[in-house]
Design a protein around this ligand. Sequence first.
Ligand code: SF4
Length: 344
Amino acid sequence: MNITKLEKFLGENGQPKFRLEQLKKAIFKEAVASFSEISTLSKDLRDELEKEMKILSFSVEKVLVAKDKKSMKALLKLNDGNLIETVLLSPLENTWSVCVSSQVGCPLGCEFCSTGRSGFKRNLTAEEITDQVLFWKQWLKNNFEFKIKNYDVSKVVYMGMGEPFLNWEQVKKSLTDLTDPKLFGFGARSLSVSTAGIPEGIAKMAEDFPQINLALSLHFGVDEKRSACMPINRQYDLTELREALQKYFKLSNRQVFLEYVMLDGINDSQKDAEALARFVKSIGKLQLLHINLIRYNATDAKFKASSKEHTLKLKNYLLDQNLSVTIRKSLGEEIQGACGQLAA
Ligand code: SF4
């Protein structure tokens, strides 16, 4: 929802100042899907708003719901015809997390990622990012079978299509809007931004939003392998990432999540486990580093998911090294809404 445009419209139509607050409450807190639902406004104003303004900056092409109703994916058509995807997940009962996209496609081209293979079209605006959250709020409210106890969104993660730090100005504005008590009102700790490793972005996060969670898609503990699968590592290698994290800890002192997608025969051997442990230990501040081992969701790429046995072996090795690690449950595979599967 474009608040600046809404404010201008109300001013031009001689509406009192409190009208904007009334509308913000209805749109962001009550998640109305149309202006006609706002009964506190006059019929004339509702009709005028319906004619002149839109609550969402895209149209919804399709929503896929997994059989267990714990994950859903929506295909959204932007005003210029570009398509993006956004995902809603319920990792815990009555808890809903939205995974937002920050770009149309992604320029970083990680080998194992569907989004990376689909190329890059453009950055999303802050409005297009936050509208993904607004859309899921409306959707949960209007699909009553999901109204069990809590149908509201409790977390937002920037892990959809795109690299958030390559669109920092708009991502920054979207984070400001998500934490604005008069708009979405999320606590900073309910938000997470995930990067493939852009040191400049990590530094900006620490300065601008030290309370918002940071996740780093690490996936490899040695440069040779990381550069082969993640081209961004040729620009910013593990030494630069280590320094970026060390600086981050000086400013934020918040836990960082290291994401490690388990790829069969690529990064799941004992040697890979040792390299990962070495790299993580070299960062220091081990109490603030947590490794998430993630099941790879098969796309049409040349990669396969590691076996449960290999994943468990790697986890146990890291635990023996006194590192904090969990195997993260993967939701959304059936609807191709899991990590690395968004391709619009
Ligand atoms: S894994 Fe993330 S950074 Fe890499 S190509 Fe996919 S969306 Fe981009």
